[in-house]
Design a protein around this ligand. Structure first.
Ligand code: ADE
Length: 425
């Protein structure tokens, strides 16, 4: 692999180049690294490389003419990468692609970055090492250099270790242990000293799944999982945030067709579908707020039919889902019920398609880490303004960047639960 690093601070890389595996790889010619300093391409007496930003603002911007000349000086630059927090996040799959390219030029900005015309003129691939801001691209280039160099054949002592670790299979790595077998009262897991390689492999895979589920459940989507993995995941006890989540389907006060607040009647399909979705996502319960006496009676007989009557005998799954549901006459009664069940007043998150909300969906997940949450969904033309005013947060419409947001409430609730809990919680 041959890497050229364009940087104002080549000395920044000294210790890495003379340490451990990287030093050996350079010595053996497995990796070649050279440097281009843009300051060598400045044309004034002070070797100026930067200037004030057009439009004002703090800091300085690296000049396109100076950086451009520095880039032109690189012979056969290969894939050209600019390290910037605005870039594509560096992950193992990108590291693999960059390593496979074999020839890279890494461009490190300093100050407020490099004039944007350089990026356009050279078609640089922007890469970021995380959602934080470093003082320059050098530390990020080091990460990229190390992540790609270790995938180069001959870099590691044993060929396969670069690909055996965290992220290679899309999962976090299993925990590692070494001697002593017992340390401060903590023993190495017995399976690892059993000598049974089949069991060790199985244990390691399950630990990888366990660690990934606990720390980075987002990775599971892209990981190559087989049937055995999925069964193992099912067996692992996990933090089920849904257990603290209650859904409240509000029939009053909601907006009517004419824009005034009022009460609307039940929709059988809503009760069925929402309870099934709530059961699937492991919710604590569903409260149906309905003040109209005849509608409450309807709810009670519907629930009785499916929970205890002929419906339950014919369809036990439906009975299980509908057993989550209970009625309440008012929103206050629903809140009091959840408070009584959990011992804490729930955080109240209201939904609306009308654009009034500014609470992000991910915030509800954060609330759930702290305590129970009651998610309000309005029937009719949506929750009345007084309900939104009294809530602890009003969520953004599900499609807040689009104009059309008119989904049936049961569809909106299904999407909302998936957005809050996904498939991991
Ligand atoms: N330069 C400054 N911050 C950076 C980051 N997070 N990733 C890549 N380059 C950077």
């Amino acid at each position: 692999m041959h890497v050229t690093i364009v940087t104002l601070f080549p000395e920044y890389f000294d210790s890495v180049m003379s340490t451990a595996l990287m030093a050996k790889a350079l010595e053996r010619g497995v990796v070649r690294v050279d440097f281009v300093d843009p300051r060598d391409f400045a044309e004034d007496r002070h070797r100026t490389v930067d200037d004030k930003p057009y439009g004002g603002g703090p800091g300085m911007v690296m000049r396109p003419d100076v950086v451009g000349r520095a880039l032109e000086s690189v012979e056969s630059p290969g894939l050209m990468v600019q390290l910037t927090p605005r870039g594509r996040p560096l992950d193992q799959s990108l590291a693999r692609d960059l390593a496979a390219a074999g020839r890279l030029t890494l461009v490190c900005g300093r100050y407020e970055g490099i004039d944007a015309r350089v990026e356009a003129a050279w078609d640089l691939l922007n890469v970021s090492v995380g959602d934080f801001v470093l003082s320059g691209g050098e530390a990020a280039a080091l990460c990229l250099l190390e992540a790609t160099a270790r995938l180069t054949p001959g870099f590691m002592g044993h060929e396969d270790s670069g690909e055996e670790e965290s992220f290679s299979a899309g999962l976090l790595e299993y925990p590692q242990y070494t001697r002593p077998e017992e340390w401060n009262g903590r023993r190495v897991p017995r399976v690892l000293t059993s000598g049974d390689h089949g069991r060790i492999q199985a244990w390691r895979r399950e630990e990888s799944l366990r660690q990934t589920l606990a720390r980075r459940p987002d990775l599971l989507q892209g990981a190559g999982l087989d049937r055995g993995d999925v069964e193992a995941l099912r067996r692992i006890a996990r933090h089920r945030l849904g257990r603290g989540l209650w859904l409240c389907l509000v029939h009053w006060p909601v907006l009517l067709k004419d824009g005034r607040p009022g009460a609307v009647s039940l929709t059988n399909l809503d009760i069925h579908d929402m309870s099934r979705v709530s059961r699937s996502y492991g919710l604590a319960g569903v409260v149906v707020v309905q003040p109209l006496a005849d509608q409450r009676e309807l709810l009670d007989s519907l629930l009785a039919h499916w929970r205890e009557g002929a419906g339950a005998r014919a369809n036990p799954d439906r009975a299980e889902a509908l057993s989550l549901v209970r009625g309440a006459s008012t929103l206050e009664e629903a809140v009091a019920y959840v408070t009584e069940q959990t011992g804490v007043r729930p955080g109240i998150a209201a939904t609306t398609a009308r654009g009034a909300g500014d609470t992000a969906w991910v915030e509800v997940r954060q609330w759930l880490e702290r305590g129970p949450v009651l998610l309000l969904a309005g029937t009719g033309h949506g929750l009345a303004p007084e309900v939104l005013d009294a809530a602890d947060g009003v969520l953004r419409p599900l499609r807040y960047m689009d104009g059309y947001n008119h989904m049936p409430v049961r569809s909106a609730v299904a999407i909302a639960l998936d957005r809050i809990l996904g498939d991991a919680y």
